[in-house]
Design a protein around this ligand. Structure first.
Ligand SMILES: Cc1ncc(C[n+]2csc(CCOP(=O)(O)OP(=O)(O)O)c2C)c(N)n1
Length: 321
């Protein structure tokens, strides 16, 4: 099926925004030392979140993980509120209490980012159960890494989702590494998508650097799920171009492997294709890049000018039972 011009432009813009946002984060934490704590980026993997979210409706839910910036921006999170949160400011989407690793943006139906590897899977199944129970026409997408697919929670989530035909799409972002461990060192199956057969659900393996393929696979998974057909497992083969976090020197990643994958970067891939097919002009592309730069600049300014939360605020929004 032909992906519309509007969708292609939307995905290109979404990937560009995500890349620019994270380039700025690298500068802010590594060069300027303005953001404390661990910084985990998705550079090179943008086609996954941007492709998935472009195939979703606003009412659909995503459950993300520690590598979440691209997912949240693609789902429509406000870059200002995200940046302020990453700075730990009161104007952040979680009032400065989550920082980069636990971002939640309920307004765009991204209620949970969990850093517990594999922890998002049962949560997503629970959300999908609620959607089914309430007879909503919506789905939940759980985005997780290849490492998470080797946790027990993965198997439990897949089993229950299939048994109850829940409207959930499992998206495994296989970036070849789980921390410093290569895929082959932690998983005996060649393709994570093959595991779908064990739970009687469709499994699709796609080039995770091809945003159109990711989009199409998600669209199919959504169609099936809202029709009551149950879950799908989509494995997106991609690559983590930076270290696990920004303090990781990537000594275990062969240099030529990184270079080879950088050459398969999803952004120029879609940009060149849209240009070649006459879907955008070079001038329109320049405008899009300028617009994205301005959004990120504005988000940084907003975050810097925002106050930190007061000490007493640490006791607010705490659930006591
Ligand atoms: C239950 C649990 N075990 C271990 C960790 C430490 N840890 C954080 S990220 C990570 C690697 C996860 O790899 P993967 O799921 O492939 O995601 P990626 O980082 O590649 O996006 C590990 C082991 C954790 N946060 N939670």
């Amino acid at each position: 099926m032909q992906v519309s011009r509007e969708k292609q432009i939307e995905m290109l813009r979404s990937m560009l925004l995500s890349r620019r946002f994270e380039e700025e984060l690298t500068e802010l934490c590594q060069v300027q030392g303005k953001i404390p704590g661990m910084m985990i980026l998705c550079t090179g993997q943008e086609a996954v979140g941007s492709g998935v979210c472009a195939a979703l409706a606003p009412q659909d839910v995503i459950v993300s993980n520690h590598r979440s910036h691209n997912h949240l921006l693609a789902k429509g999170a406000d870059p200002r509120a995200l940046m302020a949160e990453i700075y730990g400011k009161r104007t952040g989407c979680n009032k400065g209490k989550s920082g980069t690793l636990h971002l939640a943006v309920p307004e765009v139906n991204a209620p949970c980012t969990t850093t517990v590897v594999g922890g998002g899977l049962p949560i997503a199944v629970g959300v999908a159960f609620a959607q089914q129970y309430r007879e909503e026409r919506s789905v939940t997408v759980c985005l997780f890494g290849d490492g998470a697919a080797d946790e027990g929670s993965f198997h439990e989530a897949m089993n229950l989702a299939s048994l109850w035909k829940l409207p959930v799409i499992f998206v495994c972002e296989n970036n070849l590494y789980a921390g410093a461990q290569r895929y082959e060192e932690h998983s005996p199956v060649k393709n994570m998508a093959d595991r779908a057969a064990a739970y009687a659900m469709p499994g699709e393996m796609v080039d995770g650097n091809d945003v159109l393929m990711v989009y199409e696979a998600t669209r199919r998974g959504r169609e099936l799920a809202v029709a009551g057909g149950g879950p799908t497992l989509i494995e997106c083969k991609t690559y983590r171009c930076r270290g696990h976090g920004e303090s990781d020197h990537q000594l275990y990643q062969p240099r030529d492997e990184i270079t080879a994958w950088q050459e398969k970067c999803p952004i120029p891939r879609l940009r060149d294709m849209t240009l070649a097919h006459g879907l955008v002009t070079a001038e329109e592309l320049r405008e899009m890049e300028a617009e994205v730069n301005a959004i990120v600049e504005d988000a940084v300014r907003f975050a810097e000018e925002s106050p930190y939360p007061a000490l007493e605020e640490a006791l607010e929004d705490v659930l006591v039972q």
